[in-house]
Structure formats: C-alpha cells, structure tokens
Design a protein around this ligand. Structure first.
Ligand SMILES: *Cc1c(COP(=O)(O)O)cnc(C)c1O
Length: 466
C-alpha cells in the first residue's frame, strides 16, 4: 500500500509531471483537465522533452561506453514501440536511426523525414513488395531472418528495376538461444521461437550473402527479448555472438554487431531497472572482453531501444465512469473502477499480464487508499488496465484518471475492439499541447464498412474525438 496514493513516483512518471496548487496533474506544463476538455478522453499524452531526454541519454550511454572500448555505437529507435511522424522527427533530430518492421512502419519513418540510410528493416516475413520498397528507397540495412529471404533479396538485387548502385547491406539475425525476461534469462542450445537463424545455421546464410553481388554482409544481429532488467542475458548473448562473429572473420569482413534492444523501464514503484549507463557499460564491456579473449578487434556496435525511449514519456488520461466494490473471499472489498477506454488502447495487461499504476489526475484526495482495479469498457473480463493499485476510496465518476508509462506498446498495439474509436495522441511541451495523431471517429469506423449506407455529413455520429 502506498504511503500517499496521490504521489507521482519519479521513476514511473515523466520528469515534467507535477501537481499544481489545486492538486491537479500537470504534464509538460499542461493541466490534465485542460487536455481532457480540449481533446477528450481517453487520451494518449506524450511528453516531448521526456522522449528527447531518453533518446539523448541512451545514445550518450552507448556511444560513451563504445568510445571507452575504442569502437563506435549507433542507436536505432525501435519504431514498433510507438511510431508517428512526429516521434520520428524527435528521435532523428536527437541523432537516432529508426528500425521498422513493415511497409507501413517504413512509410511512417520516411514521412517523418528519416534518412533512409538511417533505417533498419526487420521482420521474419517481409514480403517481396516490402523488400522492393526497402531497396527502392535505400534503407541502410535489412536484417534477414531466413534463407528464403536471402534468395528473395538475391533475385531483387539482380533485377534491373530494383538493383541498387551499391550492394545492399544485410545483417543476419541470430537466434542465440538466450531469452531474457524482466528478472531472469534462459539460455538454451535451441530456443523454440520464430526469429532468426540458429547459431549453427548462420554461417551458411553468411556464405550465401557473400556470394551475392548485390548484397554486402554487415554483421550479426541478436535481440534477446524485452523489458529486461539485468545484464546477464546480454552478456551471454554477446559471448555466443562473438564466437560466431570471430569464426565468420575467416571468410571475409564482419564490420558490425547489432545487439538489439529490450532495456527495461519502471511501470510501477516496485520496478527497479538497471540504469542505462550501467547496462551500456556492462554490455559493451562484455563484447570487448570476448573480443580480447579471441584476439580480434571490437566491431562497430548497434543497439535498438524502443520502450526505454518512449515508455516513460507517455501517460494515458481516462475519465472514470463507474465505481463498484466487489466483495472478496478474503473479506476485503476491491474497488472496480471502470474507465472510458481499456484493452483497445492498452492491450498489454490483457496480453501479458503487464503491471501499471494509476493516479487520480483531476485532484488530490485525503481519503483512505482502497484496493483497486482499473478496468475498461470492453466485453471481456480480462479487460484490465491496472490490475492492482491503491486509489483514494472516494474516487468517483467524472474524476480523470492517469495511467503513467504508457508511451510504449499501447498506441502501437491499439485496436477497435467493440468498435471503439482509437484515441488521439497529443504532445505536450513547455505548457503547450499539440495534436500529433488524430483520434478516430465513428465515421472512420464506418468508412471502411462497404455495406454502410452513405450518410449526410450533418447526420453522422460524432464520437468524442470527431
Ligand atoms: C522490439 C524490438 C526491439 C525493441 O525492443 P524494446 O523492448 O522496445 O527495447 C529491438 N529490436 C528488435 C529486433 C525488436 O523486435
């Protein structure tokens, strides 16, 4: 139980989050009530300064750690965490490249002005059309995931209309057998998952890439998981990758090594992720030591953080609709607080039991903290936004509720379940709020339904975000 159910825990909230004199939550200098009044709820709020600060900090951490070991590091923002043209502008202006994993993400990155040469293209099943597009625009690197994909690229780079002036750089994704989760990691000989080449199969992929005139082997790639707190999994992966990396040097150049992302963030007060500087020092150090042990130079390094760039910058605002106590067998009551969104704007709790926290945004309260669960408005018992929280027991319909640390994998995983229009995204900075992604209206939903009768504009149903 928290000492103060109004407190904004600094590890979880954006740096700009504060309470004003009246107790109202302020984000980026803008009061929650003003945001809700102007843009409606639910509302995704992104703190621009927070995104930029994380981008700068992560880049400095890896580049600093690399410089100490006599090499370089590139940082690619993993766009799938949250992608819009505005976010692309923020992270690229802070010196990050961008990773994309579909033709749609590629289009958004380019529309946001990203330099194609600063893009990495991922995915275990990129279509021929997606690969053609990647070659056409000149993406910096394509991370290949199967022999079939290498053959597709061999054919495309030999074709007059998709051939590039210079060979296309490709990385080989390796399934290292290391899989890390928040507090632990598993290291097996063979990990049973869809991504990458098995360690024993990767040399054949690299041999084939080296034969294809239109391709240039850039190095190995590994991504061991997400929301990782410790360094042990990264160390193990680095050790396995450097073994292979060293062996591949016998057949030609191996310029770089990409160790992916997955750096954890705090979702609740209980989470204590490792500082990014400590992680960077440990991971780069592990690579350097493995290289020294084999007498090879430390390769150029690349990293792909997603969550750790945008996660803490996002706060979702909801309005409370109903509150009801449910009597538990243990004798206590749990307050079920229903908000006007749910698993359609934050699938993570329903999808993998993610933990979040919540605060009343519109006011502070001196009422006793009550065991609470914040739930959505969808027709699923698992439609939970915040599984376990203690909120002031006077929380009531009309209160604004804020859920922090929703910047990563909420908007990007959103859906229209129950035909609920997806919320807008607003950026806040220095006391100003700007719409960066328009919310959907019911008209947007009907627009794709071929059988819906065309309706005069004035008769259309206006959702809260119309
Ligand atoms: C998702 C993903 C990332 C980013 O993961 P985070 O946990 O958001 O840092 C990086 N690289 C690859 C290949 C990914 O699939």
């Amino acid at each position: 139980m928290p000492a103060d159910p109004n407190a904004l825990v600094p590890t979880v909230w954006p740096t700009s989050a504060a309470r004003d004199a009246a107790g109202e939550l302020v984000l980026g200098g803008v009061a929650a009530g003003a945001l809700a009044a102007r843009f409606g709820t639910p509302l995704y709020v992104m703190d621009e300064a927070e995104v930029r600060a994380h981008a700068r900090r992560v880049r400095a951490a890896f580049q600093g750690a690399a410089a100490v070991r006599g090499t370089t590091a590139r940082v690619y923002y993993a766009g799938k965490a949250f992608l819009s043209t505005e976010i692309v502008r923020w992270v690229t202006s802070e010196g990050l490249g961008v990773d994309v994993a579909s033709g749609g993400e590629l289009a958004i990155a380019l529309a946001g002005g990203a330099d194609a040469a600063a893009l990495g293209f991922h995915g275990n099943n990129k279509s021929v059309v997606e690969l053609e597009r990647a070659l056409e625009v000149g993406v910096g690197s394509i991370v290949v995931d199967s022999h079939i994909e290498i053959e597709r690229l061999a054919a495309l780079t030999a074709r007059a209309d998709t051939r590039r002036a210079d060979p296309q750089t490709v990385f080989v994704r390796v399934n290292s057998g290391v899989h890390a989760e928040t507090h632990s990691f598993l290291a097996t000989a063979h990990e049973d998952q869809k991504f990458g080449f098995a360690l024993h199969d990767a040399p054949a992929a690299v041999r084939r890439i080296r034969e294809v005139p239109g391709l240039r082997f850039g190095g190995l790639h590994s991504h061991i998981g997400s929301q990782i707190f410790g360094v042990a999994g990264f160390r193990e992966a680095a050790s396995r990758l450097i073994d292979l990396h060293a062996a591949l040097r016998e057949g030609g150049e191996v310029p770089a090594l990409n160790l992916g992302g997955g750096f954890g963030i705090a979702y609740t007060e209980a989470d204590e992720p490792t500082d990014i500087e400590q992680l960077a020092t440990a991971i780069v150090g592990a690579v350097a030591e493995e290289c020294a042990a084999r007498g090879i130079p430390v390769p150029a390094l690349a990293f792909e953080p997603g969550r750790s760039i945008v996660g803490q910058a996002g706060v979702t605002l909801y309005e409370v609709g109903t509150v009801k106590p449910v009597h538990l067998e243990s004798g206590v009551d749990r307050l079920y607080i229903s908000v006007d969104g749910g698993m359609s704007d934050n699938a993570r709790t329903a999808l993998y039991g993610a933990q979040y926290s919540a605060r009343i945004a519109s006011r502070t309260s001196t009422a006793r903290p009550a065991l609470s669960r914040v739930v959505g408005k969808h027709c699923e018992a698992g439609d939970i936004v915040v599984d376990l929280e203690y909120l002031p027991e006077d929380v009531a319909p009309g209160d604004l509720l804020a859920v922090p640390a929703t910047g990563a994998y909420c908007y990007s995983l959103s859906s229209n379940y129950n035909a609920v229009p997806r919320p807008p995204v607003v950026a806040v900075r220095d006391g100003e709020a700007r719409l960066i992604v328009r919310g959907e209206s019911v008209d947007d939903l009907l627009a794709r339904d071929v059988g819906a009768a065309p309706r005069p504009a004035d008769a259309s149903t206006k959702g809260p975000h119309a």
